[in-house]
Design a protein around this ligand. Sequence first.
Ligand code: ADE
Ligand code: ZN
Length: 324
Amino acid sequence: MMPKLELHLHLEGAAPPAFIRAQAQRKSVDLSGIFDAQGNYSFRGFPEFLRIYEAACTVLTSPQDFHDLTLAVLEHSAAEGVIYSEVFLSPDFCGGGDLSAWRDYLAAIEAAAQSAEAQMGIVLRGCVTCIRHFGPDQSRKIARCAQETAGSFITGFGLAGDETVLHSKDFAYAFDAAREAGLGLTAHAGEWGGPASVRETLRDLRVSRIGHGVRAVEDPRLIDELAEAGAVLEVCPGSNIALGLYPRLKDHPIDRLRRAGVKVTVSTDDPPFFHTTLRREYDALAETFGWDTPDFDQITRNALDAAFCDAETRARIAARLEAP
Ligand code: ADE
Ligand code: ZN
C-alpha cells in the first residue's frame, strides 16, 4: 500500500459515529437526531453539517475522551497507509478555550499520539484551530492557547468553520500571534467563498496553506498567483462532493489546478461524515483523472514539503517514503 501523508483532518470530524454514539449512551445524552437509520451521520448541506458536527462534540467532555478519540482516529489513518498526519484541534471543544483546561486535553491527545506512533509508526502533529463563526474575540483566546502550547507537537495554527460569515482580517490578530509563536499557518477559504475569499485570506492572514481553496479555479489570474507563490492547497474532494460543492468528481477542479502548476495535496477533512477514507480518495482520483504512481508521488512530496513539522521529522518521513 502506498504510504500517505494527510494535512487536513479535523479530529472531532474524524470521530466514527459508533464512537460518538457510545459516548452519548454513557453520558445519557440523546443524540439520535444526528444519525440516520444505518447509524451514519445525517445532514443535508453545510449549515446542517456544522450543527451536527457541533452536536457530536457535546459528548466529548473530558481529556480521556479525546485520548480515546485520538487513538481511534489514528488506527483508522494507519490502516489507510498514512504515515504522517496533521489534525486540526479546537480548544473550543476542549474546555471552551480555557488555557488550563486546554493543557489537560492536549496532554491526553499527545499521550495518545505517542502510543500510536510507538504501536503503529504513524506520526501526528497538531494544528490549533479557531472556528470562524465563534467570532474574533474567541479566536484571540484560541491563539493564546496556541502560543502557550506551541512546540514539538503543536506546530500549526488554523481557521475553520463558516466561511460565509465575517472577514479574514477579523482574525488577523490571532494569526499574527500564532506567527510570532513560530507556528505554520493555514486557513479554510475558497470552499464556500469564491476567489475573493482566497485572496483576502492570503493577504490578511499570510498563510502558506489554504484549506480547500478549490474555488480559486474560478479566477485564472488567481490560479497563476497561487502557482507563482507556491501556495499549497489542502484539497478534500470527497468532502466537497458530499457537501454539494461539485456534483461529481469529474467536475471537481483538483486536476485542473494541478495541471496549472498549483501545489495540491489530498485529504479527507471529516471522513466518516463524508463516507470517505484516504484510500477511497486516491482510488477515485486514479479512476476519474487517470492519476498514476508518479502523480501520487508528487502529491505526497507536496504534502511533505508543506507539512508543519521540524526538519528532523521531515527527514524521517522522507526516509520512510524512500524505503517504505
Ligand atoms: N469544519 C470541519 N469541516 C469543515 C469544512 N469542510 N469547512 C469548514 N469548517 C469545517
Ligand atoms: Zn476542513
